[in-house]
Design a protein around this ligand. Structure first.
Ligand SMILES: NC(=O)c1ccc[n+]([C@@H]2O[C@H](COP(=O)([O-])OP(=O)(O)OC[C@H]3O[C@@H](n4cnc5c(N)ncnc54)[C@H](O)[C@@H]3O)[C@@H](O)[C@H]2O)c1
Length: 259
């Protein structure tokens, strides 16, 4: 698929981090971009700076998503591409003992459900509704559309405290092949990017020494990944028609340890 000024794309989580990097790259290539994000202030700022459209949207809410698709399609036409970057992370152990009080606690199930609801079900809601819309499009060079999800290397090497997050991302990775098969007859592709450790606001909340030591633990290059590197892979996936049903690690060869 060629990225040009006719190319309409929706980026969830486009107000920050990896999604924002995609918005900047795609608008730079002339694409018509709609940002779906909960964060209105950040989303409007990115939209103002890039010429993208910002639409306030909670991917975990059916009505909010339906409304956002209707608005985006009114502004930019039916999207040819969907890039799912919206997500949250929570670090809590499955069961733990407080070092000082010896109190025993377990992972709150409502938090587990929240992570799955946003990262996995929210992503699938976007996929299903976008694919249904793409099916009305004519093919260009034999294809109708392309979907890109953001999983994580935590899908494979989940760390201490990541039971919910890793399960949600393993779910996203698990979608790639069956959804590619579901949509193959409609000429719609799907792939997931599995980022390692990237320098985004999600990471910037960690102390600098922790960020430095995370960067140093990457085999090569010895640093955190850049949003632009994620966006560059997203564009390659859009352009390379033979890439389908795959989970692609983008991680400088890191394999996460226990913590
Ligand atoms: N940064 C990393 O190292 C890293 C590594 C692996 C995977 N990821 C994944 O990449 C994606 C982007 O992460 P990031 O680091 O850019 O994070 P980020 O926090 O900078 O951006 C996430 C964006 O998603 C939005 N969002 C959250 N919940 C939402 C909802 N329910 N509806 C709509 N928008 C919502 C937030 O408002 C935010 O703008 C996430 O799915 C994350 O799990 C990040």
């Amino acid at each position: 698929m060629i990225i040009n000024k006719e190319f309409s794309v929706i980026v969830t989580g486009g107000a920050s981090g990896l999604g924002e990097a995609c918005v900047r790259k795609l608008t730079g290539l002339g694409a018509k971009v709609a940002i779906f994000d909960l964060n209105k202030a950040a989303g409007e700022k990115v939209a103002y700076e890039t010429g993208a459209a910002f639409i306030e949207c909670n991917i975990a809410d059916e009505a909010s998503v339906d409304n956002a698709f209707a608005q985006a399609r009114k502004i930019n036409g039916q999207e040819r591409a969907l890039i799912n970057c919206a997500g949250i992370v929570k670090g809590i152990k499955t069961a733990s003992r407080d070092k000082e009080t010896a109190e025993i606690k377990h992972f709150p199930l409502e938090v587990f459900a929240q992570v799955i609801n946003i990262n996995l079900i929210g992503t699938f809601r976007m996929i299903a509704k976008s694919a249904a819309g793409m099916m009305a499009l004519d093919t260009i060079d034999g294809e109708r559309g392309i979907i890109i999800n953001t999983a994580s290397i935590a899908a494979f090497d989940g760390q201490i405290g990541q039971a919910a997050y890793a399960a949600s991302k393993a779910g996203v990775a698990g979608l790639s092949l069956p959804v590619a098969r579901d949509l193959a007859g409609e000429c719609i592709r799907i792939n997931a990017i599995c980022p390692g450790i990237f320098n985004t606001p999600m990471m910037a909340s960690l102390p600098q020494n922790v960020q430095d030591s995370l960067g140093a633990s990457v085999p090569f290059p010895k640093r955190l990944g850049k949003g632009a590197e994620f966006a560059s892979l997203a564009c390659h996936i859009i352009e390379n028609q033979y890439l389908n049903g795959e989970n692609i690690r983008l991680d400088g060869a890191i394999r996460l340890g226990m913590k």
